[in-house]
Design a protein around this ligand. Sequence first.
Ligand SMILES: Cc1cc2nc3c(=O)[nH]c(=O)nc-3n(C[C@H](O)[C@H](O)[C@H](O)COP(=O)(O)OP(=O)(O)OC[C@H]3O[C@@H](n4cnc5c(N)ncnc54)[C@H](O)[C@@H]3O)c2cc1C
Length: 383
Amino acid sequence: MGYDTIVVGLGGMGSAAAFHLARRGQRVLGLEQFALAHDQGSSHGRSRITRQAYFEGPAYVPLLARATELWTELQQASGVRLLEMTGGLMLGPPDGAVVGGTLASARAHGLPHEVLEAAEVRRRFPQFSLDDGHLGILDKSAGVLFPEDCIRAHAAAATRAGAELRWQEPVTRWEATGDSVEVTTGQRTYLARCLVLCAGPWMGELLADLNLPLEVERNVVCWFRPRTSVAEFAPDRFPVFIMEYAPGRVFYGFPALGDDGLKVARHHGGERCTPATIRRQVSEGDVREIRAILDGNLPAAGGDLRSATTCMYTNTPDGHFIIDRDPRHPNVILASPCSGHGFKFASVVGEILADLACDGQTRHPIEMFRLERLRGDAAQRKQ
Ligand SMILES: Cc1cc2nc3c(=O)[nH]c(=O)nc-3n(C[C@H](O)[C@H](O)[C@H](O)COP(=O)(O)OP(=O)(O)OC[C@H]3O[C@@H](n4cnc5c(N)ncnc54)[C@H](O)[C@@H]3O)c2cc1C
C-alpha cells in the first residue's frame, strides 16, 4: 500500500489533519488543487475570530479549549504569530442568538465574562452605537487567528513530520474498495488504507452520490479606513466583535490590524452559489450594504474602502459541522466543519481526524457532528 492516509484538500482542516497524522508516524499524502494558502476557498482573508463563550452551543466549549491549546503549541513550534488575543464583545438583545447563546455557554462552563449594559458598552467602547436594552458580553479569551499563516504553519509542520504534500493537483475521482482507497488526480492514481476528505465548499462535488445537504453561500468581506483615527480602532482599544444588529441579522468585525484597516462582514444572508458560479467580484451594491450596517452601528468606522474580497461558507441545515465516516465506507472520513464558524476549530479538527483515521475513535465530543442527524434533509433533497 502506497500510503496509510490520503488527505484531500489542504485548506484550514486538511493542513491540520495532515500534520496530526504525520506526527503519529503515518505515511501521509496530502493533495490540494490550488497553491498553499490560496484565496479561492473558505480560509483566506487575513483574520478569523476565535472565542470561548460560544453562542452556537455550549457543547463546542471543550473543543475550543483544546483548539486554543493546539494553536498555541503550533505558534510556539513555528515561531510565527498565529494568534492575537484582543478580547471579544458579543452584542445584541438579551434574548437574541448572540447574547443569549454567549451567556448560556459562559454560564454552563463557568467561563470568565462581563455583562455590560448598553450605557456601559458606549462608555467603554464609544465606537459602538448600541440600542438601550441591548447588552454586550465581554469574552476576554477571544481574539484573532491569522488563517493563511496557520495553514502555512500546519503544512510546514506536516512536511517536517514526513508528510508528502502535493499542490496544484486536483483530485478528479476516488474509489473505496474494501480496506483500501484509490485516489486519482490529473497526474496519477494513489493507493492508501484510509481517505480523509476536507474539500470545504467542494465537498458536495466529491461526495455527489451521498447527496449531502450542504449549501455554499457567498460572503463579502470589506476593509475600511476609519473616518476618525486608526488608533481608535486599534486592538488595545477595540476588540473583535459580533453584533446582532436586527432580529436574526448578524455582522462581525476586527480591530484595525497593521495597515489593513477595519475588517467587517455580515454573518450569513449572502447569495447561494457553488465554487464554480460564485461572483468573486465585489460590487458597489455589496459595499453599500455593509457600509449601511456600519453607519447604523459603528458610525466612525466606515471611511474609505481599502479592499474587499469574497469567500465561501459551506452550510449545513442546522449550522453544526459534519465530522463522520462515509456511511458506505468506514475507511473514508468526511470533515465539513464550516457553516461560517469552523476555522478556530481547525487545530482540534486535525487531531480528531487523525484519531478517527488511526484509532477508529476519538475522545473528543463529536456526536453532534454525525451525518445521521441530517439524513432527513438529504432524503428530501433527493426527491
Ligand atoms: C468570510 C469568512 C469569514 C469567516 N470567519 C470565521 C471566523 O471569524 N471564525 C471562524 O472560526 N470561522 C470563520 N469562517 C469559517 C472558516 O473560515 C471555515 O469554516 C474554514 O476555513 C473551512 O476550512 P476547510 O478546510 O473546510 O475549507 P478550505 O480552507 O476551503 O479548504 C478546502 C480545500 O480543499 C481543496 N479542494 C477541494 N476540492 C479539491 C479536489 N478535488 N482536489 C484537491 N483539493 C481540493 C480546496 O482547494 C481547499 O484548499 C469564515 C469563513 C468565511 C468564508
